[in-house]
Ligand binder design. Structure first.
Ligand code: MLT
Length: 266
């Protein structure tokens, strides 16, 4: 599917922009690109204007600087919407790091949001140990290459059923990670290590929200995501069966059904 290239704040971003209707923006996780949403793009672009950017540095987008904060990424999203003339408000769907970015977008651009879909993500900041590990990985990736990130992330991304029955999914994700620019991985890791705690934001979210998680998510566990949903007024909570952290990719049928139901009633 064609990816448009747009210029914003001194860099070029790749953005898939497909379909017509209310805008629906998909923000990928780390260290991936927009292709993780293929199973959603194909379905939802028949009814919505689907936008799926490659975040700064990832996929077809240029790297900028040594650190990309979650707010930097959120600013890029707002600039992308301006550059493409996308009407507001938008439905914003982010997975994991994409969710960290969605929290910052909700904090800074609340009036531009129609609804929020938080997938396999966390509101809490990193522990000091987790932040230190990210900085270590940033250095290792810069000296040894993106394979370091693939080896560290892959065992945590997919649920056991996907690994056993659909090994082509982890294999394809490995290829995406290994072709990611080491500078982009390092910049995002530094940004995630420094990200603020978004827990206090949750009760302030005023838009319809869907919280969705794979039943075997090892990074953003079901109990933690249930807690996020409980803090957001009126949020819906869905557990996707037979899926881990990459729920939309691992079980698109169940994920899309939940998203479809949510979007059609909000
Ligand atoms: C992701 O999928 O985006 C990552 O698991 C985020 C993280 O490393 O915290």
């Amino acid at each position: 599917m064609p990816v448009n290239r747009i210029d914003i704040s001194g860099a070029t971003l790749g953005v898939l922009d497909e379909g017509a209707g209310e805008p629906l923006v998909f923000v990928h996780g780390f260290p991936l690109d927009h292709t993780m949403w293929q199973g959603q793009i194909d379905v939802f672009s028949s009814r919505y204007r689907v936008l799926a950017p490659d975040l700064r540095g990832f996929g077809a987008s240029d790297v900028r600087g040594e650190t990309m904060t979650m707010e930097d990424f959120a600013d890029d999203l707002a600039a992308m919407l301006d550059a493409l003339g996308v009407g507001r408000p938008i439905a914003l769907c982010g997975l994991s790091m994409g969710g960290y970015i969605a929290f910052r977008f909700a904090a800074k651009y609340a009036s531009q949001l129609r609804s929020l879909i938080l997938c396999d993500t966390r509101a809490a900041a990193d522990s000091p140990e987790a932040a230190a590990n990210r900085l270590k990985m940033a250095e290792q990736v810069l000296s040894k290459g993106a394979e370091v990130a693939a080896n560290a992330m892959l065992p945590k991304l997919f649920g056991p059923r996907t690994v056993a029955e659909r090994p082509e999914l982890p294999a394809a994700t490995r290829r995406v990670i290994e072709s990611t620019k080491p500078a982009a991985i390092a910049a995002a890791q530094r940004g995630m290590a420094a990200r603020p705690d978004s827990t206090a934001l949750l009760p302030q979210i005023r838009v319809p929200t869907l919280v969705v998680v794979g039943e075997d998510d090892a990074i953003a566990p079901v109990a933690e995501m249930r807690g996020i949903a409980a803090e957001i007024s009126g949020a819906e909570f869905v557990v996707v069966p037979a899926a881990g952290h990459m729920a939309p990719l691992e079980n698109p049928t169940a994920f899309n059904a939940a998203l479809e139901k949510f979007l059609s009633s909000n």
